[in-house]
Design a binder for this molecule. Sequence first.
Ligand code: AHR
Length: 502
Amino acid sequence: MPLTARLVADRDFVIAPLDRRVFGTFVEHMGRCVYGGIYEPGHAAADANGFRQDVMALTRELGVTIVRYPGGNFLSGYDWEDGVGPKENRPVKLDLAWRSTETNAFGTNEFIAWCRQAEVEPMFAVNLGTRGPDAARHFLEYCNHPGGTYYSDLRRSHGYEQPHGIKFWCLGNEMDGPWQTCAKTAQEYGRIAQETGKVMKWVDDTIQLAACGSSQRAMPTYAAWEYEVLDACFDQVDYISLHHYMRNDSDDIREFFAEIESLDYFIREVAAIADAVAAKRRSKKRIMLSVDEWNVWYKAHTPDDVKKPGWPKAPPLLEEIYNFEDALVVGGALIVMMNNADRVKTACLAQLVNVIGPIMTETGGPAWRQTIFHPIADCTRHGRGEVLRLKIESPTFATKAHGQIPCLLATAVFDPESGRVSLFALNRSTDEAMDLSLDLRGLGDGLAVIEAHELHETDLKKSNGKAAPDAVAPRPQTTGAMSGTVFRARLKPQSWNVFVLG
Ligand code: AHR
């Protein structure tokens, strides 16, 4: 007998409009993400800018909306001035974060040009490790001021007459982490974030700013860090960041699935802390959440994966090979972020290519989709509109991390413009199919299934590679049907499912 799950949606019960910036990603100067990833002059698929067009096409297909740059740990030792102006004058420097040599052949203006071509919004970060408010205000003036000042005219002299108009800025990266170049205490960071935010908004008051939250929920300073930092810079910032990397260390799929639940706790906890800081001030301001690094990452974690000996240029680092179970977990995390649409407004899958990326390349060779590419592309393609507040009755299973958790994870998004409802459903039972019914109150009349597919494999460890780039790929899901206002489908065990009703 299959499991059964009963869902109810009602047109009047909405969590929030979905901010499509939750479908963002991240490009760091690290490993082969920039060099050999998005940028490889001389590659057969590279254009005149050196942008690999095979990676560009896959980025467009992935459908990401906003891209964070230039780091990451790299950021905390980065001098932005090194990456602008004539390439022949750019200095070659040591990157302490990844023990690499940085040529600076790619920098701010190249990244903006790449974003325009990819049709994505840039999200920039300022170095609050080795630098501070002075470098941040000059960098912002360089990027966003129209002209007539030293830094804006410097940009124009570099061939960029129009300001870049970068709206979203991160104040540093993982400043709580001892691994960070010039890590800080919450008090030190809160103060520098406040002053940097203040002068940046004096330069351009249209920007949005994100303060660094904890670099993971397991940090010993977690929660106290968020409170102290926000207490210092509450008036200047609009967002607090969360970083969440999901692991399968015990090789137990149930505990791996529970990592998705940890993200849900993390989001709710950080929102509560931000609201506590607001309450202390009797403020109605709500700090929003930016999950600006998230993914599955645990396999490529040996010292050799993280740093290579010597100071190589663009060495292969963190080249995680994703398998089918990783794709399920990534899909689950996307569901959780959509179901928290009232607080999570931006999120960046870390990273885009090669470094824990949904896209893999061979330097000088082809590019292909990793398994996790598919649930992301599904969500970017069909996740638009308002996230409905679903009532879900589902069987549960036991985990060590979070006790009983539901087998079914699901979200439904209604697009008032097209009248479509998209249902994303993850069956976390590894051995039983699930009969799902969704009552679409106030929505269901006249709807029919217009697209349906699934990601399902019996082998959880199956992955894609250069020789078999489509070994794990979506297939049609043929069981879904409407009857009156009720949609019914049978989900395979351990499956990711997408149904579009319209
Ligand atoms: O994404 C890889 C690294 O993970 C980033 O540089 C850092 O911010 C995080 O620890």
